[in-house]
Design a protein around this ligand. Structure first.
Ligand code: 13P
Length: 136
């Protein structure tokens, strides 16, 4: 599965703790992240991730573009609901595309943990079927 990890500044410590806690589940997947989030995760967990631009510099849009091409299977995005972001339109666009393409989007630790358990159980195997069909 291709999983994107994104966190706003005040949520980055939570994201690091989440990635540390679920490192052994996450490492089975292809991981992507916005710039600073990816750096923090890599430094603190040793997980390898592909890092896009930082969110305010276009990272959310880059991840959105992959969603539009059906090349992203899950988004874990710890949003900060209490701080205005300069790139709010990009954030809304990313979340909108998740809804357009039915891509699972967890916006907080509680839902992200459920997603990880779902991944472990194989609940998202249907995504592999779609990818296989696309290859034919
Ligand atoms: O702003 C972000 C998501 O909207 C996250 O970007 P960074 O991971 O580069 O801080």
């Amino acid at each position: 599965m291709k999983i994107a990890l994104i966190a706003h500044d005040l949520k980055k410590d939570d994201m690091v703790r989440f990635a540390q806690a679920y490192k052994y589940s996450l490492k089975k997947h292809e991981l992507y992240a916005t710039g600073t989030t990816g750096l923090r995760i890599a430094e603190n967990t040793g997980l390898s991730l592909y890092r896009f631009q930082s969110g305010p510099l276009g990272g959310d849009q880059q991840i959105g573009a992959l969603i539009a091409e059906n090349k992203m299977d899950m988004i874990i995005f710890f949003r900060d609901p209490l701080t205005a972001q300069p790139h709010e339109p990009d954030i809304s666009a990313l979340m909108r595309l998740c809804d357009v393409y039915s891509i699972p989007l967890a916006t907080n630790m509680g839902s992200a943990e459920i997603f990880i358990h779902a991944l472990e159980r194989g609940d998202l195997k249907w995504r592999d079927i779609i990818h296989d069909l696309e290859k034919e």
